[in-house]
Design a protein around this ligand. Structure first.
Ligand code: NAD
Length: 253
């Protein structure tokens, strides 16, 4: 489905990014993978069966790193067809009255500035091409509140706002911009959230979180990747500025 398409993915060494990379490679895409963690990125790449792959270590919260990963992808492949703007962190659990500026800033640097910088530079390429698709990874935390997660929740609400605005600004250039909004996904991030919530009773936290989902489980990273594939395919040619809940029914409660 994506033969010879160039797909740029941030947070590609982690759960959702890596599954997305595998899924696009399976469909014939050429990959540019970005992550903060060099070793993890190399390990992730060794799990992907693809003919062409470019690995770039970068901090998405640093504008010069973002400009560099976009320039290198363009240099290597001459174009960027699909951008999975996905890297994110959850930060520390703190109620608002205990929240710190430091935690808030750390989360915003990655989740908001990273998404903003990524679109700022990738959309310049797509505007000239007059084609392209961006998928921003938001969260159900971008649609709802979550006690203790004010920094994360505020950052993901910001992603939804950036997503809508970018879609409006780019529609006339043939560029579509959409977001996915998962609830709990079975990745390292969820392990960190479980620990944040209940310390050494992380297993209990997991059971509680999963029980709060009508389908009684976390999503797999592959299920999120499938939604990304659909939204970035020609089958979604009239979808832009939207966000998609993927949450086992949780948002309907
Ligand atoms: P993960 O922790 O498994 O992977 C995240 C990856 O992003 C890691 O490889 C990490 O090294 C990388 N990363 C972190 N900070 C970075 C930075 N500054 N620059 C470059 N790379 C950086 O998490 P995941 O579950 O795969 O999360 C991916 C996205 O999905 C995030 O935006 C997250 O907020 C979102 N999300 C996750 C869940 C969930 O339950 N796991 C739910 C909703 C949304």
């Amino acid at each position: 489905m994506f033969k010879d398409k160039v797909v740029l993915i941030t947070g590609a060494a982690g759960g959702i990014g890596l599954e997305a990379a595998k899924a696009y490679a399976h469909e014939g895409a050429k990959l540019a993978l970005v992550d903060l963690k060099n070793e993890a990125l190399e390990k992730a790449a060794s799990e992907i069966e693809t003919e062409e792959i470019l690995l770039i270590t970068a901090n998405v919260g640093k504008e010069e790193d973002v400009k560099n990963y976009v320039d290198r992808t363009k240099e290597q492949y001459g174009k960027i067809d699909i951008f999975i703007n996905n890297a994110g962190i959850n930060g520390q659990f703190k109620n608002i009255i205990e929240q710190t500026k430091e935690n808030f800033s750390n989360v915003f640097d990655v989740n908001v500035m990273g998404v903003f910088f990524g679109m700022k530079y990738v959309l310049q390429v797509m505007k000239l091409q007059k084609s392209g698709v961006v998928i921003n990874t938001a969260s159900n935390g971008g649609l709802l509140g979550a006690p203790g997660m004010s920094a994360y929740v505020a950052s993901k609400h910001a992603v939804i706002g950036l997503n809508k605005t970018a879609a409006l600004e780019m529609a006339e250039y043939g560029v579509r911009v959409n977001a996915v909004a998962p609830s709990g996904v079975n990745t390292e991030m969820m392990r960190s959230i479980e620990k944040n919530a209940m310390g050494d009773k992380a297993e209990e936290a997991r059971a509680q979180f999963e029980a709060s989902v009508p389908m009684n489980r976390y999503a797999t990273a592959g299920e999120i990747a499938n939604l990304m594939l659909f939204l970035s395919s020609d089958k979604a040619s009239f979808i832009s500025g939207s966000y998609y809940r993927i949450d086992g029914g949780q948002g309907a409660t």
